[in-house]
Design a protein around this ligand. Structure first.
Ligand SMILES: Cc1cc2nc3c(=O)[nH]c(=O)nc-3n(C[C@H](O)[C@H](O)[C@H](O)COP(=O)(O)O)c2cc1C
Length: 366
């Protein structure tokens, strides 16, 4: 059984472990003639790269991506693209304690229960280093989308750190690239810096909420029932390490609204239908409306913290563990480019599905 692949036409299979020689992604179904270079993918990997500031793990990995196949003279050929990232900072001694003990909040115990064998070095396959492969694949998806849907934009940002949310009245799209938290609220960024610094110094950690928006997605992507765009987006985001909840548009808050408040009214604009609001998150009946596609996900606090935690050993003896090594006090920061990558992969996949099944949109309005 192979469970390391996602996507229907644009299919991404990731492989590798945290402390193996390398990890990567095999990407099949890539449209041909898409201009791509390792440097174009590197832009996104650098966004996810650890050690960029004091708020992310000090693990030093250049995360340089190599393209091994599927590209000829700078363009995709339509054949599988093999992407590889070598692991260069494997200090296995940092993780020695977890050979016998299960770290609370980690997958150590469940991998052991399920498989009876686990690569304990840095969490092995469960390590979020795997997300570097997704980000590389997402870069490929972005390049294909840029060609097929010019002007499409995919952007992620943090809207909450621990209990502290942004003020949407201060939302500034251009601010996202200006602070270490990828947040659109400059005031929140300054407050979070102090807050997270305190947590980091005390060896604690905190969760976060990340929102990812795809702008310029054409109407018509997605299909009814089992092929819903939101189904695939939710699965894609939920598959990211540490993600515990996913929302589309209004999400959980929709339950508290009345029908008149929630149903986005439709009117005719100069270039086609427009909506008075976007509670639906750009998706109706599983199919994109042409509005922004808005997905939000919650990331749990980093489990590896510098406090002693109770656990058990493989033989069932009670034990205590402190997870030494280098860790992010808030993994939500580095989850932002991962969420963007998953959005890009799912949107491209559904664009290809739509073109294969329907071609051009059938129902014209106006
Ligand atoms: C980008 C990113 C970086 C992460 N880094 C860490 C880390 O440094 N320490 C840690 O305990 N968990 C980290 N995690 C979360 C763990 O990988 C995850 O909690 C663990 O594998 C268990 O899986 P689950 O939380 O999805 O159940 C990170 C997650 C992401 C998305």
């Amino acid at each position: 059984m192979s469970l390391n692949t996602f996507g229907h036409i644009f299919r991404v299979t990731t492989w590798g472990e945290s402390h193996g020689p390398a990890l990567g992604a095999t990407v099949d179904g890539v449209p041909p003639n898409v201009e791509i270079t390792p440097e174009m993918l590197q832009v996104w990997l650098d966004k996810r790269k650890p050690g960029q500031n004091k708020f992310t793990t000090q693990r030093r990995e250049p995360d340089e991506v190599e393209i091994l196949s599927g590209v000829f003279e700078g363009k995709t050929t339509g054949t599988p693209v093999q992407l590889m990232i070598r692991n260069t900072d494997q200090r296995s001694k940092d993780y020695g304690d977890i050979v016998e003990k299960f770290r609370p909040g980690h997958a150590d115990i469940t991998y052991w229960q399920k498989y009876g064998i686990r690569d304990y070095r840095g969490g092995g396959r469960s390590s979020a280093r795997e997300t570097a492969a997704r980000v590389a694949a997402g870069g490929l998806a972005r390049a294909a989308l840029d060609k097929l849907v010019p002007g499409i934009e995919i952007k992620g940002y943090m809207t909450q750190m621990g209990p502290h949310g942004i003020d949407r009245a201060r939302f500034d799209w251009d601010q996202v690239e200006q602070n270490p938290f990828w947040t659109p609220d400059a005031v929140a960024a300054a407050e979070w810096a102090d807050y997270l610094d305190g947590l980091r110094k005390s060896g604690e950690s905190v969760g976060a909420v990340i929102e990812v928006v795809a702008r310029g997605v054409p109407a018509g992507l997605g299909a009814p029932i089992y092929g819903k765009l939101d189904t695939d987006l939710a699965a894609a985001m939920m598959s990211i390490n540490a993600v515990k909840a996913v929302e589309i548009g209004e999400g959980m808050a929709a339950a508290a609204l009345t029908g008149s408040a929630n149903a986005d009214e439709i009117y005719m604009g100069p270039n086609g239908p427009e909506y008075s609001s976007n509670h639906a998150g750009g998706i109706l009946g599983g199919i994109s409306t042409g509005q922004d596609v808005v997905v939000r996900f919650a990331v749990k606090p980093t489990s590896s913290i510098l406090t002693t935690r109770k656990t058990i050993t493989k033989s069932g003896e009670p034990a205590e563990i402190i997870t030494k090594g280098r860790h992010d006090p808030c993994v939500g920061i580095r989850a932002v480019p991962v969420g963007e990558a998953m959005m890009a992969c799912v949107i491209l996949d559904h664009l290809l599905l739509h073109r294969g099944h329907v071609g051009e949109n059938q129902g014209k309005i106006g």
